[in-house]
Design a protein around this ligand. Structure first.
Ligand SMILES: [Zn+2]
Length: 98
């Protein structure tokens, strides 16, 4: 597999967190996250937020919660990541642009 870059990681982040994607993809993402501080911050933040949401609501995440989560994610991601990585602006989470 070709070298995974930050753009690939963000593009596949929702797959990874949801436990989807091939082993190869997950391995490549893990490898990148382990050596890229920026992606690690994004990944940790996203994972923690999703865990909070899923702990509070073990079945389906209500739309209102999703909307708030997306809003928080957008804010955090724009602060920690996108300001100096303009090429990542095309990334999406669950089909929603970040
Ligand atoms: Zn990265």
């Amino acid at each position: 597999m070709k070298t995974t870059d930050c753009k690939d990681v963000l593009a596949n982040l929702s797959c990874y967190i949801d436990g989807e994607g091939s082993d190869e993809l997950r391995q490549a993402l893990e490898e990148h996250i382990s050596r890229c501080r920026r992606c690690r911050v994004v990944f940790d933040t996203t994972g923690k937020m999703l865990k909070i949401v899923t702990d509070a609501e073990p079945f389906e995440v209500p739309l209102s919660v999703s909307a708030r989560l997306y809003a928080r994610l957008e804010k955090i991601l724009s602060e920690v990541c996108f300001q100096d990585l303009p090429e990542l602006r095309g990334a999406s989470y669950k089909g929603k642009p970040l």
